[in-house]
Design a protein around this ligand. Structure first.
Ligand code: SF4
Length: 406
C-alpha cells in the first residue's frame, strides 16, 4: 500500500515546541563527507557561547534533547563540560558524530557527564581514510565496531544515520538487515536522501537582486545529472526488504502538500525475528503522553527495553496488534521465545530540501534541526547561506533566467 498521510500521525512539533535543539559547536571536521552542508569558516565556538545557545534553546524551543553537532563535535575541546551543562539543565545531550575520534575512555567520560546517546553518521561517501571505495555492506563492519563499543559501556542510546545517494540507494537493504540483526544494541536507523544544487544549471541571487557565486557553498556541485531519491522511494525499498516495517508518523513539506520530509516508524522484534511495527496510534500516545508527563515532545527513546509493554497498545493500534499476533504464534511454535527480550527499533527517512523550478525551496515543515545563527533560529541545512551571504539565496534554473531560450 502506498503512503497516505491519513494513515500517519503528523508530528505535533513546531518552532517553539520541538523535541530537538540542533547545537553546532564547531565547523571543523576530521573527514570530508560528500553530502555535508557545513564548511570551515570560523572554527570552535567558545564554551560560553554554546552555553548561551543552550539556554536560548531551553527558553524558546522547549527541547527534550540537544543534538550536539558540527563539524565534528568530538573534536570540540569542551565537549565533556558541555554535555554536563546540558544534562544539568534537565535536557538529554545527544552527540552526532562520525565516530572517528570516539574512544572507550572518552565514551566513559561522556557517559559520566550525563550523555544520553549518540547519532552515528556512517556511510560510504564520507571519504574516511582506509574506507574509500567500500560498499555500504562493508561499512557495516565499522557500524558494528561503534555499536559494540557503545553497547559495552551500556545505558546509552545509539542510532545510525546514513546519507542515501542515487548510487547507494540499492544498498539500503544491507544497512537495514545489519541494523535488525543488532536490534539489541542499535536503537534506530535513519536514511537521509542526498540533495545538491548545481552551478551549471542554476543562478543565485542574494537579497533578491545581487548575483552571487553559488559555487562557494560546500553543498553545491558543478554538475549532477542523477535523479534524486525521495522518501517514498526509500520507504518502498525498506518495505520490500522488511514487509513488517511500516511508517507511523510524518512531517510534510513547507510548500508541497504531498511531500514526506520526515517519515518515522519503529519495528518490534527480537534477535531472531521482526514481528511487526508500531502504528500511528502508538506514535500519538508516545508524543502526547510524553508531553503530558514530561512537558516535551519526544525524538529519542532513552536506552530502555520497552519490550512487550508495546503490545499493551494492541486494542487501539491494529499495526501493533498484528505484531503481537505474530509474536504469539511464534511463542506457540517455540515456547522458549516467551522469555526472550523484545525490542523496539526506530526507522526513519529524511528527504532533504527540494529546490523547485520557480526558485522556492520545499523544506521540512516544523524543521526539527533548526540551529542558532546570530541569535536567530535558522534551518541548519542552509545556514551557510546566512554565513556567506547574510540570508537565504534565491536560486533559479539558468533556463528560467534566460526566459527559456537557448
Ligand atoms: S529543513 Fe531542517 S530538518 Fe529538513 S533537512 Fe533542513 S535542517 Fe534538516
Amino acid at each position: 500500500m502506498g503512503l497516505d498521510k491519513r494513515n500517519l500521525y503528523r508530528f505535533p512539533w513546531s518552532l517553539n515546541d520541538n523535541p530537538i535543539a540542533w547545537l553546532e559547536v564547531t565547523d571543523i571536521c576530521n573527514i570530508h563527507c560528500e553530502g555535508c552542508y557545513r564548511q570551515y569558516m570560523t572554527g570552535h565556538k567558545t564554551l560560553e557561547q554554546v552555553k548561551e545557545e543552550v539556554l536560548l534553546f531551553k527558553r524558546w524551543r522547549n527541547p527534550d534533547n540537544v543534538s550536539i553537532a558540527g563539524g565534528e563535535p568530538l573534536i570540540y575541546p569542551h565537549i565533556v563540560d558541555l554535555v554536563a551543562f546540558i544534562a544539568e539543565n534537565g535536557i538529554k545531550p545527544i552527540i552526532l558524530t562520525n565516530g572517528v575520534a570516539l574512544k572507550p575512555e572518552l565514551l566513559r567520560e561522556l557517559k559520566q557527564a550525563g550523555l544520553a546517546g549518540f547519532t552515528m553518521h556512517v556511510d560510504s561517501h564520507q571519504n574516511r581514510p582506509g574506507w574509500q571505495g567500500k560498499s555500504e555492506a562493508e561499512h557495516n563492519e565499522l557500524r558494528q565496531h561503534y555499536a559494540d563499543m557503545i553497547h559495552e559501556v551500556g545505558g546509552l542510546y545509539v542510532v545510525f544515520n546514513s546519507t542515501v545517494y542515487p548510487s547507494t540507494f540499492h544498498e539500503i537493504p544491507d544497512v537495514l538487515r545489519w541494523g535488525q540483526a543488532n536490534i539489541d544494541r542499535v536503537h534506530g536507523l535513519v536514511f537521509i536522501t542526498y540533495r545538491t544544487t548545481t552551478t551549471s544549471d542554476h543562478v543565485a541571487l542574494a537579497g533578491g537582486e545581487r548575483e552571487v557565486d553559488l559555487g562557494k557553498l560546500s553543498y553545491v556541485r558543478e554538475d549532477f545529472s542523477e535523479k534524486f531519491i525521495t522518501s517514498p522511494d526509500v520507504y518502498d525499498l525498506l518495505r520490500q526488504t522488511c514487509p513488517e516495517y511500516d511508517a507511523a508518523g510524518y512531517l510534510g513539506g513547507t510548500i508541497q502538500h504531498d511531500s514526506f520530509k520526515w517519515l518515522a516508524g519503529a519495528v518490534i522484534g527480537s534477535k531472531q525475528e521482526i514481528y511487526g511495527a508500531i502504528g500511528k496510534k502508538t506514535m500519538e500516545v508516545a508524543q502526547a503522553g510524553h508531553h503530558f508527563v514530561r512537558g516535551t515532545y519526544l525524538a529519542y527513546l532513552s536506552e530502555a527495553k520497552i519490550g512487550r509493554k508495546v503490545f499493551l497498545m494492541s486494542p487501539w493500534d491494529k499495526t501493533v496488534r498484528g505484531a503481537a499476533g505474530r509474536w504469539l504464534r511464534e511463542v506457540a511454535r517455540h515456547p522458549g521465545r516467551l522469555f526472550q527480550p523484545i525490542y523496539v527499533q526506530s526507522v526513519g527517512i529524511i528527504q532533504a530540501p527540494d529546490l523547485l523550478p520557480d526558485g522556492r525551496v520545499d523544506m521540512c515543515d516544523s524543521c526539527p534541526d533548526i540551529t542558532i545563527y546570530d541569535g536567530k533560529f535558522i534551518n541548519s541545512c542552509r545556514m551557510d547561506e546566512y554565513r556567506l551571504y547574510g540570508g537565504f539565496l534565491t536560486v533559479t534554473e539558468r533556463e528560467a533566467e534566460r526566459g527559456g531560450s537557448n
